[in-house]
Design a protein around this ligand. Structure first.
Ligand code: ATP
Length: 183
């Protein structure tokens, strides 16, 4: 597949992925395309068939719903010459490693579980139950993400501007490598 190398952005819920992606969209026009891992609750049977046929680069079940990123959604972004950013769960990261997508793997991590909890509470989007589920998933994510070889880059989102600077540096490096290959 021609086009820029995709970027996988992962990390626990509340680590700051959406915030950082919004900053990228604000500052870079026509550089990035986003491929989100979608829940297909309306037609799970059809989705499962497509997964079995290998039409998804990653899929996962979370809270009883099937989530997945189709190959075609990434190819569409790539064909436009955009760097495709995939926002996926840690399980999805493992699935992508089994494919030939060859993205750069970036993990966004909170400074600590306590700070993550505070951010999720302040965000006001969770019930106590969903908050506890997210914190439990975050503990697993934080442990797995620190294993060697899982991610190319791990960014601790303590100070937002500093985390954003690091993310930009990584993405610029990816784009520059692409330019060298093109020359
Ligand atoms: N560095 C930071 N310092 C303080 N607050 C932050 C920082 N980064 C993000 N936040 C806040 O933390 C909350 C969670 O961030 P965000 O929604 O971007 O996380 P997320 O990883 O996209 O979560 P989800 O996977 O659930 O969508 C938001 O309210 C955001 O404003």
């Amino acid at each position: 597949m021609e086009g820029p190398r995709p970027v996988v952005l992962s990390g626990p819920s509340g680590a700051g992925k959406s915030t950082l992606m919004k900053m990228l969209l604000r500052d870079y026009d026509g550089v990035f395309g986003f491929s989100v891992s979608l829940a297909q609750t309306h037609d799970e049977e059809a989705m499962q068939e497509d997964i079995d046929d290998g039409k998804y680069i990653e899929n996962a079940e979370f809270s009883g719903n099937l989530y997945g990123t189709s190959k075609s959604s990434v190819d569409d972004v790539r064909a436009k010459g955009l760097i495709c950013i995939l926002d996926v769960e840690i399980q999805g990261v493992r699935n992508i490693k089994e494919t030939d997508l060859d993205p750069i793997y970036v993990s966004i991590q909170p400074p600590s579980i306590e700070i993550l909890e505070k951010r999720l509470r302040d965000r006001n989007t969770e019930t106590e139950e969903s908050l506890q589920k997210r914190l439990e998933a975050a503990r697993v994510d934080m442990e797995l993400s620190n294993e060697p070889g899982v991610f190319d880059v791990l960014i601790v989102n303590d100070d937002l501007e500093e985390a954003y600077d690091k993310l930009q540096s990584v993405l610029i490096e990816v784009s520059l490598k692409r330019m060298v290959v093109c020359m």
